[in-house]
Design a protein around this ligand. Structure first.
Ligand code: SAM
Length: 345
């Protein structure tokens, strides 16, 4: 491990290229696992530079695969790099890298969706939330079907200050399908504005820092890729539990093209829908004829604060699910159709 404060720089010794590693260990991408590799080390260097100064940093790389980004991180003079890879075929190639960087690379064969990184790095790295971010970074090029649920999970961790955020405001640099990267960073009123934009932006400063053309990957994915950096805010813009915010935002975006009162109405049982939606929008001072994409984070803050008060007054609201009510109504109607006599009794 590099001692902090030293000026020594680390460079990996000459190694086989990533293409050679893929051949040597027969690491053909598995299509079902959406594996797309970056072989160009100039590009992986560029991604890693975008993550900021990693000197003496503790880095958690998710899904290292054949190790392109891994090499760039090791060459950035980090104190330690922890990689978590699900596919066992990649472990021998990663071990070769670990031998070339003694004491710097820790390999875990596991799943990033369940791995507990909160115990992985020294306690001494912890910073108070209000302080500058700790010298802990998350970097990863994951399959798209993993990166979206993972970012939702990590945003919840940001809100609870647990998981990778027990160290403080840990920064993340992650790849997404370009369209998802655009949604994550979309401003109020833009075409890509969505549930993800609000959920990410109320908790983090979010930047789409780089677009990588699909042709840079092997095999080439159908779409281009966006690299997004997240830095948790010292003060979340909405100070309500994550699940409550998620519920309000999800409902608001239910009917994207309609006025926002339509989706927000789904927060309330049918019998009180009109009245409660009017109350919510009036107390939150939100124009009911705005479309969901025109609602700013400040609008969502007022909506969540008022909705919270309404839930406190009537706790059944928080567990209300309009789909269940619909299902229940449907099955009651079917019962009536089958046996009109019985339903009259
Ligand atoms: N980082 C490498 C690169 O840029 O060339 C590989 C990228 S490939 C898109 C995604 C990698 O994540 C694969 O190595 C895959 O096996 C791994 N992976 C997929 N799901 C994972 C999970 N749940 N936990 C850990 N690794 C995962």
């Amino acid at each position: 491990m590099a001692a902090s404060g030293t000026l020594s720089t680390f460079r990996l010794p000459p190694l086989p290229t990533i293409r050679e590693i893929i051949k040597l260990f027969r690491l053909q991408a598995v299509k079902q696992l959406s594996q797309n590799f970056l072989l160009d080390l100039r590009l992986t260097d560029k991604i890693v530079r975008k993550a900021g100064n990693l000197t003496n940093a503790y880095v958690y790389e998710v899904g290292p695969g054949p190790g392109g980004i891994t090499r760039s991180i090791l060459n950035a003079n980090v104190a330690e790099l922890l990689v978590v890879e699900k596919d066992s075929r990649f472990i021998p190639g990663l071990k070769m890298l670990s031998d070339a960087a003694p004491g710097k690379l820790r390999i875990v064969h596991g799943d990033v969706l369940t791995y507990k990184v909160e115990r992985a790095f020294p306690e001494s790295l912890k910073r108070r939330w209000e302080d500058d971010p700790p010298n802990v970074h998350i970097i990863g090029n994951l399959p798209f079907n993993v990166s979206t649920p993972l970012i939702i999970k990590w945003l919840e961790n940001v809100s609870c200050r647990d998981g990778p955020f027990v160290y403080g405001r840990t920064q993340m640099t992650l790849t997404f399908q370009k369209e998802v990267a655009e949604r994550l960073t979309a401003s109020t009123g833009s075409k890509q504005r969505s549930r993800l934009s609000v959920m990410a932006q109320y908790l983090c400063h979010v930047q789409h820092i780089l677009t990588i053309p699909g042709r840079a990957f092997v095999p080439k994915p159908e779409v281009d890729v966006g690299v997004v950096c997240f830095t948790p805010l010292t003060q979340p813009q909405i100070q309500q539990p994550f699940k409550l915010v998620e519920r309000v935002v999800q409902n608001a975006f239910q009917f994207r093209r309609k006025y926002c009162y339509r989706g927000l109405g789904m927060l309330f049982p049918e019998a009180q829908r009109v009245e409660s939606t009017e109350k919510l929008l009036e107390l939150a001072d939100v124009d009911p004829t705005l479309r969901p994409g025109q609602l700013s984070v400040a609008h969502f803050k007022s909506l969540c604060d008022v909705y919270r008060k309404m839930c406190d007054e009537d706790p059944r609201l928080f567990t209300y699910n309009f789909r269940e009510e619909l299902k229940q109504n449907k099955s009651n109607n079917q019962e009536k159709e089958k046996d009109p006599e019985r339903s009259r009794r």
